[in-house]
Write a protein that binds this ligand. Structure first.
Ligand code: 5RP
Length: 232
């Protein structure tokens, strides 16, 4: 197993161990969150977890949870989520995040922001001093507006690109039926302001800045042969 996968496994297992019977859970998206769901699925099948319900943040999360028989529920059927566990693409020292590498950030933000506790699982490579240093900001846009949204993002200092699909001709289409524009900014120094400004552009559904939402971040690290988990 490569080093990055080892770190992901370790944080995912540590996060899944926090889950208790009776909880309503936000089920995250991406490769690290998928390992969390697999771990929960194993505990569920073994009878170690009872009476849990999952609110999926994506088609991926719903499909994986269903494979293990984890009961699913929608946001409109619940009045709270006890714990959401999700991955991230970039994390700053204040625990602000960039998400949306899997084009799921709209539903991820709905679910993660509804949780009483939002736990983020990442490997050490996701940490940065200033958001935007390493990852382009995903912006979900309605298909008819992608050109004008890209123009606006350019005016804000970003370098926007329409995200293209792999093994499908044309763009990535989100679970909500929209497109994703990835906008590279040199540095996002005021993430709360930028989150609001971008969401104010007509045609934007949601952007991948998650500001002030994460309660705790579990970071997988490797020192020599030894893998460990650090808490932020
Ligand atoms: C999907 C996400 C993912 O959580 C994020 O891309 C991290 O994924 P991975 O754990 O595969 O690195 O935001 O929209």
């Amino acid at each position: 197993m490569d080093v990055q996968t080892q770190m992901k496994e370790l944080v995912a297992k540590a996060a899944a161990a926090r889950v208790e019977s009776g909880m309503i859970l936000g089920l995250g998206s991406g490769s690290t969150a998928a390992i969390v769901i697999e771990q929960l699925g194993r505990r569920w099948r073994a009878g170690d977890l009872q009476d849990i319900k999952g609110v999926p943040t994506s088609f991926q999360a719903a499909q994986l949870a269903s494979e293990y028989g984890i009961p699913l529920i929608t946001l409109n059927e619940i009045d709270h989520i006890d714990l959401a566990i999700d991955g991230a693409d970039e994390v700053d020292p204040a625990k602000n995040l960039i998400k949306g590498g899997g084009a799921c950030h709209t539903r991820e933000k709905l679910v993660d922001s509804r949780a009483e506790r939002f736990l983020v699982v990442v490997d050490v490579g996701k940490l940065s001093d200033v958001l935007g240093s390493n990852f382009a900001l995903p912006v979900e846009v309605v298909p008819g507006a992608y050109r004008q949204v890209m123009d606006q993002l350019r005016e804000m200092g970003g370098e926007p690109h329409l995200r293209m699909a792999v093994r499908k001709a044309g763009p990535v289409v989100t679970d909500e039926g929209n497109l994703v524009v990835d906008a590279k900014f040199e540095a996002i120094t005021e993430p709360a302001k930028m989150e609001m400004q971008i969401n104010n552009i007509p045609g934007v559904l949601e952007n991948g800045l998650f500001v002030g939402l994460a309660d705790e971040v579990l970071v997988g690290e490797i020192d020599g042969d030894r893998a460990s988990v650090r808490r932020l």
